[in-house]
Design a protein around this ligand. Sequence first.
Ligand SMILES: C[S@@+](CC[C@H](N)C(=O)[O-])C[C@H]1O[C@@H](n2cnc3c(N)ncnc32)[C@H](O)[C@@H]1O
Ligand code: SF4
Length: 447
Amino acid sequence: MTTAQLTSPYQHYVYAYPHKTVYRELEERPLLRDLWAGEAKDALSLYLHIPFCEVRCGFCNLFTRIGAPDGLTGAYLDALERQATAVREALGAGADEVRFATAAFGGGTPTFLTAAELERLCDIAEHRMGADLRAVPLSVEASPATATADRLAVLAERGTTRLSLGIQSFVDAEARAAVRPQRRADVEAALGRIRDTAVPVLNIDLIYGIDGQTEQTWLHSLDAALAWRPEELYLYPLYVRPGTGLDRRTPDPGPDPAWDEQRLRLYRVGRDHLLAHGYTQQSMRMFRRTDAPPQGADDYACQTDGMIGLGCGARSYTRALHYSFDYAVGMQQIRGIIDDYVTTDDFTHAEFGHAMEDHDESRRRHLLQSLLQAEGLQVADYRARFGGAPADDFGPELERFADRGWLTDADPTTLRLTPEGLAHSDAIGPELFSPAVRAAMAEYDRK
Ligand SMILES: C[S@@+](CC[C@H](N)C(=O)[O-])C[C@H]1O[C@@H](n2cnc3c(N)ncnc32)[C@H](O)[C@@H]1O
Ligand code: SF4
């Protein structure tokens, strides 16, 4: 690694540890029934993945394809239903101790589905999986063009509590530069339709670091978003990932200190603007309106609890194994994986994954997912789970972060990042990856 790479604040967005690129085909294909046998199942989270979009945005490396030829969405929902039936059976169909504490539909773009298909998606979550969608937080991702009144009506009626809208920029030229074709007028109309529904939380995604974006245009986008008083805002630094449209257009020339500086400057401008407008920072990317009603399940802890992912891009987590199906970024391979998924009949085994109990991965995951939140890590929670303090397991790393001024020492019960530490979240995360995860990610990137 070069010095510039080491010092770049923009190395890797760690939204889940480890990244799916480290999952490998599981030779023994463990039975889901065995994997879930010893797990606590009374506060699970349910995630349904819809891998379809109207366009492929230039920055996006998510598992999704453009459009769906005739009948593909129906065949996908059929497969989802078969998978849900098999997974529920593996959890213990009808067992009282199975309960979902949160649910989410993500993608891709779940609202690519028609209103009738969204009804069916909710039916699968409720009737096949047993999730009580109206009683738990339900988050749904949408794009402006697909956030139509009929779809939003279904989602609101079925219990959606949070609607997350990808906007990226309110400046049409910036949206074009990010290869995200959309018009401001259509974005505003979508926001109006969402506010007309009874969904209590609106989240808006914005991106900074786009070609041609300035401090002034960034503030313009932020103010346009604030005009809707969203309960949540996610501010994403732009990344140009291998295999994406932006990468094909301008191949990554390597570390770019000027771009890093621009993103860091825009980050600070954005953060300070939102803090001055009544928002509280939850993590490097996430801001919540301070007077918004509290959201989220009271009894779900993302560091520890199990997740059931359905659909061919979704992951599932037990304590011992994180698993999913095959993963790709290239269009051709993604289509192949979706085509295989829709013809699958046997969903009783885990196919691709990464063992969590070997290589102390659970400790790393707990540390990463707590430390990168503004509220930090409770040392007592870590001790209760793993028997020692974080400093016993990650002494040198934590010392390094403290030397760089990224850790506060104000409160010995909590390991918490300073504002500069939060700004460098995407550099902190990768330093906590295990050697095995680092090697597997590098191997994937070389392919
Ligand atoms: C699943 S999408 C949101 C929903 C919907 N598909 C849409 O685009 O409107 C997830 C979000 O991640 C962010 N994102 C994805 N890839 C990114 C990248 N390379 N750089 C910065 N932000 C990115 C975008 O803000 C995007 O809205
Ligand atoms: S950003 Fe959203 S709409 Fe664009 S390709 Fe990715 S998932 Fe699809």
